[in-house]
Structure formats: structure tokens, C-alpha cells
Design a protein around this ligand. Sequence first.
Ligand code: IZC
Ligand code: ZN
Length: 408
Amino acid sequence: MDLLLKNIGLLATPLGTSARKGAAQGEILLQKNAAVGIKNGRIVFAGIEDATLRAAETLDCGGRLVTPGLVDAHTHLVFGGWRQHEMAEKLAGVPYLDILRGGGGILSTVNATREATEDELLNKSEKLLREARSFGVTTCEIKSGYGLNAETELKQLRVVRRLQGLGLMDIVPTFMGAHAVPAEYKNDREGYIRLVCEKMLPKIAEEKLAEYCDIFCETAVFTPEETARILGAAKKLGLGLKLHGDEIDPIGCAGLAARLGCVSAEHLIQSSDDGIRAMAKAGVTAVLLPATSFYLDKPYARARTMIGEGVAVAVATDFNPGSCPSVNLQLCMSLACLKYRMTPAEALTAVTLNAAAAIGRAGNAGSVEPGKQADLVIWDTEDLDYIFYRFGSNLAATVIYNGQLSIA
Ligand code: IZC
Ligand code: ZN
């Protein structure tokens, strides 16, 4: 063994290589007096500490809590500019979709992203990723969608590829060219949809720049029919499918995600009971984004109903400059307990194993057990409930990614 984490007061982790649903979401391993052994960046031992365990290096965890590294399964992390100027409009009561209809919102970030160079985007995103890692994140999904032309969508995804090369954490790229209709296609939606399906998607598939295709299915953005068409084209090219749906208006996106064979569906604030049941049946993971509900002052998704119906629930930040300008996944964990009424054990599964499953990484990440990558967080506490309770603080003391330590 290269490294032995010893004197772990409590090891808390879900177990398995697939999403945990229903009651199983809240059934986690809670092992006192534990140790974790690491070799070549992989976990080779996780269990009760015993005196025979030996390694080249030993780290005394001082009786504290250890969990898997956190997985942020939904971010829009690469973008130019910020949108603090929208604060005044927001406070005056202008709805999110009205800001977008007026040519602001996503479209203002599109202008800033088109103007930024690849190096500028890279430097800014690297800082944000380091901030995310300081909160315990060791795997992160990143969407494009602030280019809305072939050149800039590819530029964003090339930045994501360069971020992968930095070795800060595992990064999963998603193409989201259908995030909004750009200004130059305002009177030619059909033209933009054809550009996405016939030009962007084939190029991205050819260069293997994305693993998933996502779309903003929402009133005044993309309709359910357009969503089926674009995700259908992505599926033919071998991409996994995701959709942002039922965030603001209830337009049947949960059922649509089930029919289209999506790996995950995101937001789901307004999803119907039938839609939730269809997701459970089709095995679509719900990626819920409580900090966005908080920031937009919207209702919270019905996580308890979802868990009750057997949908695997993941929780992510939705980090983006418009509706969630925070990378603090720990805050989302607290909101998951306080607003979704999830237990700390369910919420831990939601930001580790179930989040990993939502981005195709459950075989490699999301739990502390032999065979998985050595991604772990040592927390500034001995107790699992404490990290959900102390909302707003960063309680990650040491973050270990691929067997390598960084002090947060
Ligand atoms: O930039 O506003 N909801 N897309 C869908 C976003 C939020 C990101 C943004
Ligand atoms: Zn989003």
C-alpha cells in the first residue's frame, strides 16, 4: 500500500457501483474506527482498522469523519463574464425567463463567452474548479451552451478538455448547444436546430468532445418536440442523454426524459406524479438543484415523493452565472436536508454514488470501497450530521483525489 488513512473515527459511504433508489438511498455504511488503504490511486482496503495494516505512508485522521469525494453532477462552469448586473432586475421582480426573453440572461453570457479567448476561459475555470475542490469535489460535470455557434461551443469543450489535463479532478463533458436560441437565429429556430443536429453534434461526436448531450426544455426555450428531435440526433451519435426540465413550468419533462431514455433529468421542480413514476420505471436519475431554487426563490423539487416512488436522487450545484453563482456543493447538501427533507445519509448518497451514476462514473467513483478510485474527503468533524447542520461553512479539511492529498 502507498498510503494508509488510519484513525478514522467514522467512515460514512454508500456502497455499490450503481445508483441507490428508494429506501436503499438512505442505507449507508457507517463504520467506526476505520482505515482506508490506497495503492496506485485506487482503494485497496476499507474497513475496521487493525494493527497488521502497513503502508509506505500513513495519515492519521485524528478520529474524524471520512466520506467519498463529492461529485458535482451538474455545472455550467466554463463561461465569460458574470451577471451581477441582473441582481437589480431580479430584486425588482423581473422573472428569470423575462430577462432571457429581453436578450439578457444566458444570451448576455453567450456574448461574453464568444469574446473570451480559450486561455482566458481556461484560467477562469481553473480557479473555479480549485474552489470547488476545496469544498470536497473530486468529480465534476461541465456543460457547454454559452457559445450557441459551432466555433464557441467547440471552444468551450476544448477548454473542458484542457481542464481534464490539469489533473485537479475527474471532469465529465456535456454538450448543451440547445441552451437557448441565439439572437442571430431569433426568427429562424428551425435553422438553429438544424445547425445543432447537423453541424455541431457530428463534429463533437467525431472529436469525442462530449459524453452527454443536454438541452433546456422550457417555455420559450426549447419545446418537448424539439427536445425529442435534438436528443434523438445525439443518441444516434452515441451520446448519453440529459435534459433540464420542469424547472419553471410543468411541461411534462419527467415523462419525456423517461420516454427518450435519458440517463438523468435535471431540476424537476414542477414534475407530475405520473412523470416521477415514469422516471422510476425507466431508471432515470433525478439531478436536483436546490441552490437554484434558493437563488431564484422558486419551490423545491419533491425529493421525498421521488425517493418514495423509487427514483434515484442526486443533488448538484447547477453552478452558472445566472441562477446559481456558487460552487459550494456543501451548501446544497444542507439545503437537501432542510428543504427536500432528505436525511443526511440520503443526501450523502445524492452527492456521491447517485451523482456519479448520473454522469456514468458509478463504477469508478462515489463510494469508499476496494476497486474504486481513491477520492475521499477528511472532514473537520467526527460526526456525519454535523456537515449538513453547519450550513455555509466549508468543513472539508483534506481532499484526496486519485490518491493525492490537497489540504483545503
Ligand atoms: O446561464 O442562466 N437555467 N440555464 C438553465 C441556466 C440556468 C444557466 C444560465
Ligand atoms: Zn443547469
